[in-house]
Each structure stands twice: as structure tokens, then as C-alpha cells.
Ligand binder design. Structure first.
Ligand code: PPE
Length: 320
């Protein structure tokens, strides 16, 4: 937390923290996996680079470099004695001023980690989830910045998520301004039609997911054709297969959308191939993707006295 390790229960902020009132924060997320080559953070640097780009888009100067944040994330995992976990870096306007001008408020930087299981349920990962096209449209690029992972922007996703859960579905699919398919509340989306993998493009108000980039590369390396283009709503229903991807969700098949059964109603063939290849990548079983794995330093870089489990935050300056 701003350059110091702080025990979990002490990782607190003031009630007048700017970001709490106005959503003036940006965050990102990584997962650390117990891989074949040791505990490793998947695409650590890419996520932290996106964090700093999100901060820049909201005019927030961050007092740490990617390299410092990277070292902090690694040490955080080691200090907590975790072999696999979820890591949440957040940069937010802190305590100091109220009102909509955030420029005088401090910029706080925190990383926290904890163990987080299957985001959309263990069963959904295997049998596929049921999703609903949301009545809420994804935030417009005319009002906010879909490419930024900003805290306040997530009220949009929260509305869509609640709507889908109350209606008895596991996830929502948001359309963009123009009515084209955009993404889930915390996942990018793909449809498979006639053997081709199609996913919304940069102009469809998506978050440019790191998992998405990984999935596209894996699919192309396997010889599949991947097309980024606008997708009509009906193409969801007509698809042979639909799946989603994200750091928290990983790769999840979708078996039903708006009560239309997708394909056979079971995870499709291409989905299953990609799921297996993605797992091989994150667990270090495919040497060509080892460059995506930031192996966490062995225990000799940890302090002699281990911190209490759940220690929340990291000291970038002491490690970078
Ligand atoms: N779209 C949105 C809106 C989104 O929040 C995420 C990640 C993605 C796409 C996929 O991006 P990536 O993780 O780089 O592949 N959502 C994060 C936060 C979820 C949460 O509940 O918090 C995540 O998956 O960690």
C-alpha cells in the first residue's frame, strides 16, 4: 500500500477517499498459478501496463514503474505463502479533497491478493453457463472509456450482473451502443460459426482483455481462423459454440443465451480444444507460452518472519 506491506486487517482507507465517492480509480487483475515451472503470475507485466494506461486515461500519475509493481506483486504472493491466487492492483484518488476536481487528491497505489476459485462456478466451467442479453448497454465511448479498467465504470457491469442473476442466469451479455455484441460483465466473448472463431473488435466498446489476446494467439497457433468484427445479437443464438474469457473467469463455455440452446447445449468441440490449450498455457505445460509466466521468486526472497496470511499490500520501493 503506497510502498509498504500492510497486514490485511490494517489495509484501510478514509471514508472520504475520493475514489469511494466518485469512482475515480482504475484497477487490474492477475492470477498466479502453481505451474509446472513454479508458482507464476500469468502475463503480469501486460496487466500492469494496462493498469498504468488506464490510470493515464483518467489523468492519474502513478508513482511506481511497471517493474516496481511487478516486483511488488511477486513479493506479495511470496509473503502470503500462496502458490495460486488472484491479485488485485488498484490505483485510486485518495483522501485529501472532495468535489469533482480530483487533480489535487493524492493517487494511492495498492496491491492485494487472495485465493479465488471458479468465478462463474465450478460446474459452469465444465458444463457451460446460462447467460442473458442485458437490457443495459455497455458504457458508451461517448461518455466513458471502455478501454480503461476504471472503478466507476463498473456500475454499468453491476447493473447488468444483478439483472441477470435476478432473472435466474449466471451472467449477462452486454451489447454496445449500436446494438452489437460487446462482452460479459467481466469477460470477453466469442462465437464459433462454421468453424470460425469470431469476437467483437476494438470499436465494439470492449475491454481489450489480456486473456482475449492469449486466446486469439492460442487459437491462431492451433490453425483456427479468428475474426474480429461486429457481431449481431442473433448470431449469439445461431452460433455453434459460445464461450467467454477473463482473468477471474478464465475460459467458460456458454450453453444457453436468452433460453436458446447453443449448439448441442454442451461445451463445443473448438471450445474444448481451446480450453485445454489455455489450461496447458497457464499451468506451464506448453513451453512456447512460458514467456507469459512470471515465475514468482522462491522463498529465499521472502522476509525471515513471514507475514500473517492475507497480508494485503506490497512495498514496491523495497523490492524494485
Ligand atoms: N471485460 C471486462 C469488463 C472485464 O472486467 C474483464 C476482466 C475482461 C473483459 C477480461 O479481461 P482480462 O482479464 O484482461 O482477460 N475482469 C476482471 C475483474 C472481474 C471482477 O469481478 O472483479 C477479471 O477478470 O479479473
Amino acid at each position: 500500500m503506497n510502498g509498504r506491506f500492510v497486514p490485511w486487517e490494517d489495509a484501510k482507507v478514509h471514508v472520504l477517499t475520493h475514489g469511494l465517492h466518485y469512482g475515480t480509480g482504475v484497477f487490474d487483475s492477475m492470477r498466479c498459478y502453481e505451474t509446472a515451472i513454479g508458482p507464476a503470475i500469468f502475463r503480469n507485466v501486460e496487466h500492469l501496463e494496462r493498469l498504468l494506461r488506464s490510470a493515464e486515461l483518467y489523468y492519474m500519475p502513478v508513482g511506481f514503474t511497471v517493474e516496481q509493481l511487478r516486483a511488488a506483486a511477486r513479493e506479495l504472493v511470496v509473503r502470503n505463502g500462496l502458490r495460486s491466487c488472484y491479485i488485485r492492483p488498484i490505483v485510486n484518488r485518495g483522501y485529501g479533497t472532495m468535489g469533482l476536481n480530483p487533480l489535487e487528491a493524492p493517487v494511492d497505489v495498492t496491491l492485494a491478493c487472495w485465493e479465488w476459485g471458479a468465478y462463474l462456478g465450478e460446474e459452469g466451467k465444465h458444463t457451460g453457463i446460462r447467460a442473458k442479453v442485458s437490457s443495459w448497454r455497455r458504457i458508451s465511448p461517448q461518455s466513458l472509456i471502455p478501454h480503461a479498467k476504471a472503478s466507476g465504470q463498473y456500475l454499468n457491469n453491476v447493473l447488468a450482473k444483478i439483472e441477470s442473476l435476478k432473472a435466474g442466469y449466471e451472467e449477462a451479455i452486454l451489447l454496445d451502443d449500436a446494438g452489437h455484441v460487446c462482452e460479459g460483465t467481466g469477460e470477453n466473448i466469442y462465437v464459433v460459426r462454421d468453424g470460425e472463431i469470431v469476437t467483437p473488435g476494438q470499436h465494439n466498446s470492449i475491454l481489450d482483455g489480456i486473456t482475449r489476446r492469449s486466446v486469439i494467439q492460442i487459437a491462431r497457433d492451433l490453425g483456427y481462423s479468428v475474426v474480429e468484427r461486429s457481431i449481431a445479437r442473433a448470431e449469439l443464438y445461431l452460433a455453434d459454440e459460445v464461450f467467454m474469457s477473463g482473468t477471474a473467469a478464465e475460459l467458460v463455455p456458454v450453453r444457453e443465451i436468452d433460453d436458446h440452446v447453443i449448439g448441442s447445449g454442451k461445451p463445443g468441440e473448438i471450445t474444448n480444444v481451446l480450453l485445454a490449450a489455455f489450461e496447458d498455457a497457464i499451468y506451464g505445460r506448453t513451453p512456447r507460452y512460458h514467456e507469459w509466466l512470471d515465475v514468482v521468486e522462491p522463498a529465499d526472497s521472502a522476509p525471515s518472519e513471514p507475514a500473517a496470511p492475507g497480508t494485503a499490500t506490497a512495498d514496491a520501493s523495497a523490492t524494485g
